[in-house]
Design a protein around this ligand. Structure first.
Ligand SMILES: [Zn+2]
Length: 67
């Protein structure tokens, strides 16, 4: 259901229909927009939703980590 692509980005696929989901799709309601499968709202889902925010934050604050 979850896997990382070659760049380290976390990807999520619906366990029912296999479509790739975006964080924005499941942020408000944890349902697959393609087949309406309810998704388990667990820590991994939270990570998936938060990851773009965290990656953006790290990118903006890169200087904090490089010295
Ligand atoms: Zn689905």
């Amino acid at each position: 259901m979850y896997r990382r692509d070659f760049s380290g980005k976390l990807e999520m696929h619906c366990p029912a229909c296999g479509e790739e989901l975006q964080a924005a799709d499941v942020e408000v309601f944890p349902y697959c927009p393609f087949c309406n499968q309810a998704l388990p709202r667990d820590n991994r889902l939270e990570d998936f939703i938060l990851e773009p925010v965290i990656r953006h934050w790290i990118g903006k604050n890169q200087s904090l980590f490089t010295h």
